[in-house]
Ligand binder design. Structure first.
Ligand code: HEC
Length: 713
């Protein structure tokens, strides 16, 4: 009802304006138009019919026609419209006395507001509108440089109108339209009806979200040049160092960096009216070390007016915030031109504006991926811990919801955060090349907010690629082969076999004395990845690349990446090798196989070990107690402990999202929590930081018998 009423008000206002104009125009009109009143009436009626305004983006294929301007010079329309900068196209005729003068005045007002705006007015009455008449019309309306009046061949003019879908059959039926394009290559905005000069300016300034995103994240301007900013104190920041994401983070939610508080600049925080919520400041106020100035500012935070594009420009250029306060260090100052500012503002208007898929009023939905041929015992170990965790967590949520809120606490702000967790198991079968399609089907059917844990028999790259392409966080897959390319959305628990291979290479270089290096031929994807990483790390060192042939006199050093089943057979195979000096195996993959080897061979065996020594992990006891009391202990304890860590980190991070359902914020929070959550094992020294993607980076080479550290980092 409100909208309808508004529509009527607008129509009433327009019709009186038009009536006034018609009346005032009457004495000025001399001779030229016999049927002035009927024309005026038709024009006014046309305007009335469409008195509410609309704006929509359209694609226009400009015809290759050559028109004539008011000085009778030829103008190739395509070239004219391909010039850089914003442009508005209107269809007019000089003897139209209502719509056309109004349109022309709107364009003039818009051009005064935005001097870079070029105007192209195309006559739809070319028989009447000679260049001389257009020159006269231009002069009457005070049109200066940057405004073209065009006439031409009647067929060409119709072709141009058709291209803009503006051809009404006869000039007397023509509609109040303007076509605005912010820059070449962008869509045209079709403004129709009772639009204003401000609507034209807005459309001409409409930013390009993709270019704004690049400016925000990478510090690259629309021109391709580096973004430049002036830091407080005078230093000049360039490119990625000047990018907003450097401080405000990819999510836009900012956070505490060093001892400074970087405020959120997501769409809601900047452009919606809201009171600052205590719950959003809780962590910064009570759990972080802030400088006294940052703390004072944070305590004093009060509502400021929502930003507009104009006040945002003042904040970025002059460092004055929406409430008139000077922005303090380290917020830099930016000198952006209109187009770059519009791009950035358009991006900020979308930043974290929508809750991520996978979250509804009551639930947060997760999935875990079982990729390929995973041993059932490992799969069961991971799922048992996840299910026990969900059961406990959801019981807690139910209790919290049932309990009356404590007015002194923060709980009144928290019901949003109290959502149950659900978990689907996404099993991938068949060739790895078909996994992306399988993942997309799962995600389409029931989108997951994030993927938790996950097990694979080797090639994790398709899952990694899916997470990056769909922007789904992929948190700590328990894979031996993390993808080697850096992802934004995938974080890994351990560097896996490639990390072991690099550690082994360093150890071999250190201890090498001209033996022969033999590698048992890799059998599966994980072994191949380890082998490739070893070769890459040995290239250019004194250690020759490994061969896989037996025999000869030189003492032999053997590398075997096999799993427990393969390693149980190894002593038999080694009998053919002659003088074996050393055997290297992966502790994580060997399981209990080496324990069953003859003692003489065990003594020659070194383990490449990315696990932490048991006694280095006091929290293992706590985790074991939890697993037992929740019916989740059993075989494959390493998988269980790792899953326990995954779930604790996810819970700690989600608790801080409150109701900001941003996947980017989730990943950023995991980066910080990884080091703070108690580490139950099996990996040592788990920690991430901004942009870091592998939590356990340490690995060592130890004797099988004594577990004494031989080398490593
Ligand atoms: C070097 C770190 C840094 C960079 C880079 C940075 N900012 Fe800021 N920004 C800050 C800090 C710190 C504040 C808080 C200053 C204060 O409150 O006095 C801030 C405040 C703001 C505010 C005011 C928020 C409010 O609630 O009033 C806006 C808007 C803003 N930044 C936008 C941006 C944009 C857009 C960019 C990129 C073009 C950017 N910032 C780049 C650190 C940074």
């Amino acid at each position: 009802v409100a909208i309808l009423r508004l529509g009527f008000l607008r129509i009433a206002r327009i019709s009186t304006t038009l009536a006034d104009r018609v009346r005032s125009a009457a004495p000025l009109t001399q001779g030229g138009s016999k049927n002035f009143w009927s024309r005026a009436l038709i024009c006014a009626m046309t305007a009335l019919v469409s008195a509410t305004s609309s704006a929509r983006d359209i694609a226009v294929d400009i015809p290759a026609v050559t028109l004539r301007d008011a000085r009778n010079q030829p103008v190739a329309l395509r070239d004219e419209l391909a010039q850089p900068g914003p442009v508005v196209v209107q269809f007019i005729f000089t003897t139209c006395t209502t719509i056309c003068p109004v349109l022309t005045q709107l364009a003039a007002t818009a051009q005064r507001e935005l001097p870079a705006l070029r105007v192209v007015s195309v006559s739809i009455d070319p028989d009447e509108d000679t260049p001389a008449r257009l020159a006269d019309y231009a002069q009457r309306h005070g049109a200066g440089d940057g405004w073209r009046f065009l006439t031409g061949d009647a067929d060409d003019i119709v072709a141009v109108q058709r291209a803009f879908d503006a051809y009404a059959g006869a000039k007397m039926r023509h509609l109040p339209l303007s076509f605005v394009r912010a820059s070449p290559g962008r869509a045209w905005t079709r403004l129709e009806g009772a639009f204003t000069a401000a609507d034209i300016v807005d459309a001409a300034r409409a930013g390009d979200v993709a270019l704004g995103r690049r400016l925000y994240r990478d510090g690259v301007l629309a021109s391709g040049d580096a973004l430049v900013a002036r830091a407080p104190g005078g230093a000049v920041l360039r490119g990625a160092n000047a990018a907003c994401a450097t401080c405000h983070r990819t999510s836009g939610y900012g956070g505490v960096e060093g001892r400074a508080f970087v405020p959120p600049i997501d769409a809601r925080s900047l452009f919606d009216a809201h009171e600052p919520r205590r719950v959003d400041r809780f962590r910064a106020l009570y759990q972080e070390l802030l400088s006294p100035e940052a703390m004072t500012r944070l305590r004093a935070a009060s509502a400021r007016p929502p930003y507009t594009r104009a006040t945002l420009a003042v904040a970025l250029g002059d460092g004055i915030d929406g409430a008139g306060r000077a922005l303090e260090a380290p917020m830099p100052r930016y000198g952006l031109d209109d187009a770059d500012h519009a791009n950035l503002a358009a991006y900020l208007e979308t930043l974290s504006a929508q809750p991520a898929p996978g979250v509804d009023d009551k639930e947060i939905h997760f999935a875990t991926v079982i990729a390929g041929d995973v041993a059932p015992a490992r799969r069961d170990a991971m799922l048992a811990v996840m299910r026990a965790w969900l059961k406990q967590r959801n019981a807690d949520v139910a209790r919290r919801i049932a309990r009356p809120p404590n007015p002194a606490g923060y709980e009144e702000d928290l019901p949003e955060a109290n959502r149950a967790w659900t978990l689907d198991v996404w099993t991938l079968n068949g060739a790895a090349s078909t996994w992306p399609a399988q993942l997309e089907t799962y995600q389409r059917e029931r989108p997951a907010f994030a993927l938790l844990g996950g097990l694979g028999d080797g090639d994790w790259r398709p899952v990694h690629a899916f997470c990056e392409a769909q922007r789904v966080p992929c948190v700590f897959a328990l894979t031996d082969v993390p993808a080697s390319e850096h992802g934004e959305y995938s974080v890994y628990l351990s560097g896996g076999l490639p990390l072991e291979a690099r550690t082994l290479a360093a150890h071999l270089v250190e201890t090498w004395h001209a033996q022969r290096l033999v590698e048992i031929a890799p059998r599966d994807a994980a072994q191949r990845a380890a082998s490739a990483a070893l070769r890459a790390a040995l290239a250019g060192t004194a250690v020759p690349l490994p061969v896989d042939v037996a025999g000869g006199d030189a003492s032999t050093v053997v590398v075997a990446w096999g799993d427990a089943a393969a390693l149980r057979e190894l002593p038999k195979r080694l009998a053919a090798f002659g003088a074996v000096e050393r055997v290297y195996v992966s502790r994580a993959r060997a399981g209990d196989a080496v324990a069953a080897w003859p003692a003489a061979l065990r003594e020659k065996t070194l383990l490449v070990d990315r696990y932490a020594p048991d006694d280095a992990l006091p929290h293992a006891f706590r985790a074991r107690a939890w697993l037992r009391s929740h019916g989740a202990s059993g075989d494959d304890e390493a998988v269980r402990l790792a899953t326990y860590y995954v779930m604790s980190t996810v819970e700690a991070a989600l608790g801080q999202l409150i109701d900001r359902w941003s996947r980017e914020l989730f990943v950023e929070t995991i980066e910080r929590e990884a080091e703070l959550v108690p580490n139950p094992g099996p990996y040592p020294a788990l920690s991430l930081g901004p942009g870091q993607r592998v939590a356990a980076k340490r690995c060592r080479v130890v004797g099988f018998e004594d577990g004494v550290k031989v080398s490593g980092r």
